[in-house]
Design a protein around this ligand. Structure first.
Ligand code: NAP
Length: 271
């Protein structure tokens, strides 16, 4: 799988990861847990490593914890969660809970979810980073109207990652945010790559253009992800899925040729 460099450490990160909002907020039945375990295996088998979650996603952190507690491949994972709290002590308590729910002593990245009380939470995260308790600090949002606030933080605070929405259907990040992250040495994680599956409805009944073969694009999922990958300021993308077959489909988007500007223009004509 294609890898991109995290500017602050120069370490590389495989470009396709996994989102867990809703799809990992499940009842821990043997059957549902086995499906999620299979999804993790497929992510790792195909070269991916990053799982993104949050205390906001119901049982998702707990489910990840149950899956990785005895997982012999736990060390291969790059775990990213968030702090979504107001106030110092509430934030610290929530972070402690994330480590405990996920049955891990190592969370690589903690992000400030939707910038909530970011001035307070960033101080906590900075201290944790200094102590070696986490490797990276990040901020997240999912709406373009938050981009000016994100840009201000990126310009003024030392952060490692910014996570935001970007897709063929929501392209605002191309204008300023992605170039700014590249300039400031901030790694990017792309959420809502399928606009929560809305993009699939917009191509319902359409067949993939024949030139897709030349770019190893074998599905609409790969089409949408390859468009995002073709932006060099993108470090990682976190499509969420509850299905092993879709995890494989998404992983395959991280392999093969990257669309050039001519192909990108053709991709835009699809919607
Ligand atoms: N503020 C924030 O920090 C924030 C906000 C939004 C999202 N996020 C993060 O970003 C992740 C991704 O965003 P999202 O969950 O909103 O939406 P998304 O990844 O754009 O879309 C997920 C939907 O796409 C479907 N899907 C996935 N792969 C597919 C494929 N190959 N073919 C067909 N359908 C496919 C999934 O259904 P199936 O289950 O059927 O595959 C699911 O319904 C979240 O899970 C979360 O981790 C963060």
């Amino acid at each position: 799988m294609l890898e991109r460099i995290i500017p602050s450490t120069k370490k590389s990160l495989p470009v396709i990861g996994l989102g867990t909002s809703r799809v990992f907020d499940i009842k821990p039945t043997t059957e549902l847990l086995a499906i999620r375990q299979n999804i993790l295996d497929i992510l790792l088998d195909n070269g991916g490593t990053l799982i993104d979650t949050s205390p906001m996603y119901g049982k998702a952190e707990e489910i990840i914890g149950r899956l990785i507690e005895t997982y012999d491949r736990k060390k291969e994972l790059f775990l990213a969660t968030k702090v979504w709290a107001r106030g110092k002590s509430e934030g610290e308590h929530q972070i402690k809970e994330s480590f405990s729910k996920m049955h891990t002593s190592k969370i690589q990245l903690i992000q400030i979810h939707n910038l909530l009380d970011w001035k307070t939470q960033i101080t906590t995260l900075r201290k944790m980073k200094e102590l070696g308790e986490i490797e990276y600090i990040g901020i997240t949002h999912y709406k373009a109207d938050a981009f000016p606030a994100m840009e201000k933080i990126i310009n003024n605070e030392p952060i490692d990652f910014a996570q935001f929405n970007y897709s063929l259907g929501e392209r605002e990040a191309e204008n300023r945010l992605l170039p700014l992250c590249a300039d400031q040495g901030v790694a990017t994680i792309i959420n809502r790559p399928f606009m929560r599956a809305k993009l699939f409805s917009s191509v319902k009944g359409k067949v993939l253009p024949s030139w897709c073969n030349d770019y190893g694009i074998g599905s609409w999922g790969q089409f949408f992800l390859k468009y995002i990958i073709s932006n060099p300021a993108v470090t990682n993308i976190i499509p969420a899925t509850s299905k092993p077959k879709n995890m494989l489909d998404n992983s395959l988007a991280g392999i093969g040729r990257i669309p050039d500007s001519k192909i990108k223009r053709k991709m835009l004509e699809i919607l």
